[in-house]
Design a protein around this ligand. Structure first.
Ligand code: CP
Length: 303
């Protein structure tokens, strides 16, 4: 059966640790193991990190890349071709496909018809499993552990697929406490709360960021997803929770600020602070995505 990565729940602890080990090896000793293989990046929504880090990962491992960064306009989707038809054709040209799409469930639809691995690079408000993987790889590198951590997740928790995928992965570890901080109109979904409850992960919901900052090991900021909500909901939520030079001193000295990026008004720190305060981890986080995606591509393409 073809090996696809559609949702975080597919990954277990042992598999995650194996990927971390391989990512560390590839960081130190680059490999040409994907020479002769072709990756297609099929993106129906904008991306900087996911698409380019997958492409860089493939090229660094000796493979080749083709694709479209605007499949809605530049693929035959614009002529009305179904996703299922596009995937079956593209699969005949490729050894794996990374896909980002605006519809939740689109990656599952693609996987159902694809004879080559489909990697979900974000499906609407659904999931973004490789982001969650690079997030916990970053946590592991920064803290040396994935157990016994207190994490605040802040921002648009209703539409943010990175938070959903991260919660599913954190549910596999122990001693995790999560504090959700979101505008009243963009709270975390009941399905995530139910999952965390079932996996004995303690969580609470708060609405005072300044109260939460001193308590946590990690503050995981997210952007308000303007493109997925009404203008009215966006106006209600924007600028409500912001990390800036006034409240960053409230964080413990060994805590970390993470963000899947891109960040907009929810992080207002100068380039100088971002470059010199070691608590700012989000650029290291983005770089870690390259190595974990190298490990993942190798595993999924070579089996
Ligand atoms: N974090 C993330 O998915 O970034 P991009 O939208 O730039 O790919």
């Amino acid at each position: 059966m073809t090996n696809h990565l559609i949702e975080s729940q597919q990954l277990n602890k042992e598999h995650i640790m194996k990927l971390f080990k391989r990512a560390n090896e590839l960081r130190a000793f680059p490999s040409n193991s994907l020479k002769g293989k072709i990756l297609t990046t099929l993106f129906y929504e904008p991306s900087t990190r996911t698409r380019l880090s997958f492409e860089s990962a493939m090229l660094k491992m000796g493979g080749q890349v083709m694709g479209t960064e605007n499949a809605k306009e530049f693929s035959s989707a614009a002529k009305g071709e179904s996703l299922e038809d596009s995937i079956r054709v593209i699969a005949s040209y490729s050894d794996a496909i990374v896909m980002r799409h605006n519809e939740t469930g689109s990656a599952t639809r693609a996987a159902k018809v694809s004879p080559v691995p489909i990697i979900n690079g974000g499906d609407g408000k659904g999931q973004h499993p490789t982001q969650a993987l690079l997030d916990i790889y970053t946590i592991y590198r920064e803290f040396g552990r994935l157990d016994n951590l207190k994490i605040a997740m802040v921002g648009d928790l209703a539409s943010g697929r990175t938070v959903r995928s991260l919660c599913y992965l954190l549910g596999k570890f122990s001693g995790i406490e999560i504090i959700f901080v979101s505008p009243e109109n963009l709270k975390i979904g009941e399905d995530i709360k139910e999952y965390l409850g079932r996996h004995n992960i303690q969580f609470q919901e708060k609405d005072n960021l300044e109260e939460v900052l001193p308590e946590v090991d990690i503050i995981y900021m997210t952007r308000i997803q303007k493109e997925r909500i009404s203008l009215e909901n966006y106006e209600k939520a924007k600028g409500k929770f912001v990390i800036n030079s006034l409240n960053i001193p409230l964080l413990q000295k060994d805590s970390r600020i993470m963000h899947p990026l891109p960040h907009i008004e929810e992080i207002k720190l100068s380039v100088e602070i971002e470059n010199n305060d070691s608590r700012v981890a989000y650029f290291r986080q983005a770089e870690n995505g390259l190595y974990i995606r190298m490990a993942l591509l190798e595993e999924m393409i070579l089996g």
